[in-house]
Design a binder for this molecule. Structure first.
Ligand code: ASP
Length: 368
């Protein structure tokens, strides 16, 4: 909880500032952002749909753990929610931890920073350094994670008993089915429709990078391999990939978005809170933003989940319910995160006529 507000503000302002840079890249930049945002929003909708079909949290009696504070914001009309997203006083928003307002403020700050260019260089640098600082804080907290996870798992099982295994298992299944749909249907259609590329061939070529992402749970760790394979095995343009992949590494996280959608519904159900259409929309909105602000390191998506829960008005304590098995979700979602970046790089290369068909058509030996 201590790191959530600084983390959200600093990482989103930074993210928006790096997105603002894309003005320089004009058409390619805008196309990239559009692909990123749309594929992320689709990912959450798939995640939410799977969660509502599988209902992982229903039947889990969190009453045993005691009442939680739950602020129902479900009744508010959407217009009001949107209106209230803009803070009258940003400092108050930070102090109160009003996530939506913090997000809006952070994004506006980031965009304005790129608009003033040179003059804002110092602030931008400060923001980048603060980002380092916050990431270090997260790192320190995460170093306590093994102990924390042990206690959380013990507490969850101790209080709710073995019956928690089935709901948790169901949530894992919901996440993985949604990830598979994103890969096969969404990326399949995107690759065929926008670039005429076959998904199976694509996966074959990208699989070593996907395996690194899966095993390290870090998009950042998989970035060099993703870059290499997307350029030298798939045939995407070097220039376009050097822009799309590093940006997508933190900004475009389809797998994380899916996980956050499923997790939000799971936690709502576990606490017996009905998810209204307004809440679902807020989940889509906040999970899109949360996935933009998530760093490409293990476990970051679960920390940002608390922002989604807070924004929607769900009990943040719910994170404790699933944090213990986060690694299982993290492996799949990280693999999908980096695949989404690569797919966008390839599609844009193809559309800009900078795709190397010769490389794409070459079959590389495994050990090459
Ligand atoms: N581990 C993920 C990644 O590096 C982020 C997350 O935790 O969702 O892409």
């Amino acid at each position: 909880m201590m790191v959530v507000v600084p983390l959200v503000f600093v990482s989103l302002a930074n993210g928006a500032a790096s997105m603002g840079d894309v003005r320089k890249l004009g058409k390619v930049g805008i196309k990239t952002i559009v692909f990123f945002l749309i594929s992320t929003a689709i990912a959450i909708v798939i995640g939410l749909t799977m969660a509502f079909l599988i209902n992982p949290g229903i039947g889990l009696d969190m009453g045993a753990i005691g009442a939680v504070e739950y602020t129902a914001r479900a009744g508010k009309p959407i217009a009001e929610v949107l209106y209230e997203m803009v803070p009258r006083n940003p400092i108050q928003a930070l102090a109160e931890g009003n996530m939506l307002q913090i997000i809006v403020f952070a994004i506006v700050v980031g965009i304005a920073l790129t608009l003033i260019g040179e003059k804002g260089k110092k602030v931008l640098e400060l923001l980048e350094q603060l980002n380092e600082l916050v990431m270090k804080l997260v790192g320190i907290v995460m170093s306590l994670a093994p102990l924390g996870v042990f206690c959380l798992v013990a507490r969850t099982f101790g209080q709710i008993g073995i019956s928690v295994i089935v709901p948790l298992g169901k949530s894992v299944i919901a996440v993985y089915i949604a990830l598979a749909i994103q890969l096969i249907v969404v990326y399949g259609i995107m690759l065929k429709g926008f670039a005429g590329l076959s998904l199976t061939r694509y996966i074959k070529k990208l699989s070593p990078a996907m395996a690194i992402a899966f095993s390290t749970c870090s998009s950042a760790a998989a970035l060099p391999a993703n870059m290499d394979l997307t350029i030298n095995r798939i045939g995407a343009s070097k220039d376009i990939s050097s822009f799309v992949l590093p940006l997508g590494n933190t900004v475009n996280m389809n797998g994380t978005a899916i996980y956050q959608g499923v997790a939000a519904v799971f936690i709502a159900q576990a606490y017996g809170i009905p998810v209204t259409p307004t809440m679902a929309l807020m989940i889509v909105l906040s999970a899109t933003l949360a996935s933009i602000g998530t760093a490409g390191v293990a476990g970051a998506g679960a920390i940002m989940l608390s922002m989604v829960l807070h924004t929607v008005g769900l009990p943040i304590e719910g994170v404790g319910l699933i944090f213990g098995i986060d690694r299982i979700y993290d492996m799949g979602r990280t693999a999908m995160n980096i695949t989404g970046d690569s797919v966008v790089a390839a599609i844009i290369s193809k559309q800009e006529k900078e795709f190397d068909e010769k490389i794409w058509n070459t079959d590389f030996a495994k050990d090459e």
